[in-house]
Design a protein around this ligand. Structure first.
Ligand code: GUN
Length: 299
């Protein structure tokens, strides 16, 4: 029987741990964990993501601050806001929602966030710490951290002897995911748009992670029998079967056919998606513990 990985349940369990950790910290030190989320412009999907993050932060007992800036905000004004948040002791985590409007140099903005408040794990210091294996002081990007937690739930912490394939090489996901799998002793391949015959790599992978943004690209004949599949894609496609003009969400994996071959598979929605917000909360409370000079709990 194929296991359908329940990301909602795994996320709820992380969130419960974060709530307890935040409450402990507040009781013992009086410090309330603070998260600032900054959004620029009117992209409706980004607004939905940000309001979900703010709601979850409140649910965890955090001081949740949202900064909504107009589309035509000048870059120096956004950099000035980040600089203020960097020095604000009541804020432990800062997230600038991406993508930013086109006139911003996103990389410059992201790199201006202090590494110890960079709960997205995008600062070069955090990316470097992940690459050199420093999990004690670095922060790891939320979606790969969440995907890794699901891999661990199936295989345990040690992936020695297992082949892992990550499809996609973005800074936000593919590269850090490859690093996490490598740190857990997997033999890692990272495939991307210039790779040849990704299907052949897939057929040797015990763990296949897809993050390309192409609806249902991974087919059953790419999958090694019994493999674990983690689907990171969130793609909205037309769904005429639900009525005219209707849409639905699908991943990068053709779920129904791949589920027949895989040993475990994460669905879309309800797989990696809920883990991203949960890990953002985990990173934020971790940053608050460290700011207080305390050892953060592991999630
Ligand atoms: N936009 C889509 N995913 C993310 C994310 O994980 N972090 C940020 N900052 N923006 C995003």
């Amino acid at each position: 029987m194929t296991t359908v990985i329940d990301g909602k349940q795994a996320a709820a369990s992380v969130v419960e741990g974060v709530k307890a950790a935040a409450s402990d910290l507040q009781q013992h030190t009086g410090i309330q964990t603070g998260l600032a989320v900054v959004i620029v412009g009117n992209d409706p999907a980004s607004h939905t993501y940000v309001s979900n993050k703010a709601k979850m932060a409140k649910h965890c007992g955090f001081n949740s601050q949202q900064f909504t800036l107009p589309e035509d905000t000048a870059e120096p004004d956004l950099l000035a806001l980040v600089a203020t948040l960097n020095t604000d002791p009541s804020i432990h985590g800062i997230l600038v929602q991406l993508p930013l409007p086109k006139h911003f140099d996103s990389e410059k903005v992201v790199q201006s966030i202090l590494p110890e408040k960079d709960v997205d794990g995008l600062n070069v210091v955090n990316a470097g710490k992940l690459a050199t294996g420093d999990s004690e002081t670095g922060l790891v990007s939320c979606t790969p951290a969440g995907a890794m937690l699901l891999v661990r739930a199936i295989h345990g912490a040690d992936l020695s002897g297992l082949n892992a394939l990550v499809i996609g090489r973005s800074n936000l996901f593919g590269k850090p995911m490859g690093q996490l799998l490598l740190a857990a002793n997997a033999t890692v391949t990272i495939a991307h748009s210039r790779s040849k015959d990704i299907a052949a790599h897939g057929r040797t992978a015990d763990i296949l992670v897809a993050a390309v943004g192409r609806p249902q690209m991974v087919k059953a004949d790419w999958v090694k029998p019994g493999a674990t599949i983690i689907d990171v894609g969130i793609n909205r496609i037309e769904a005429p079967e639900r009525g005219e003009g209707k849409t639905r969400l699908v991943g990068d994996v053709a779920f129904d056919e791949c589920a027949k071959v895989a040993g475990a598979i994460s669905p879309v929605p309800g797989g990696v998606g809920p883990m991203t917000i949960a890990m953002l909360m985990a990173n934020t409370v971790t940053a608050a513990y460290r700011a207080a000079g305390k050892i953060a709990p592991k999630f």
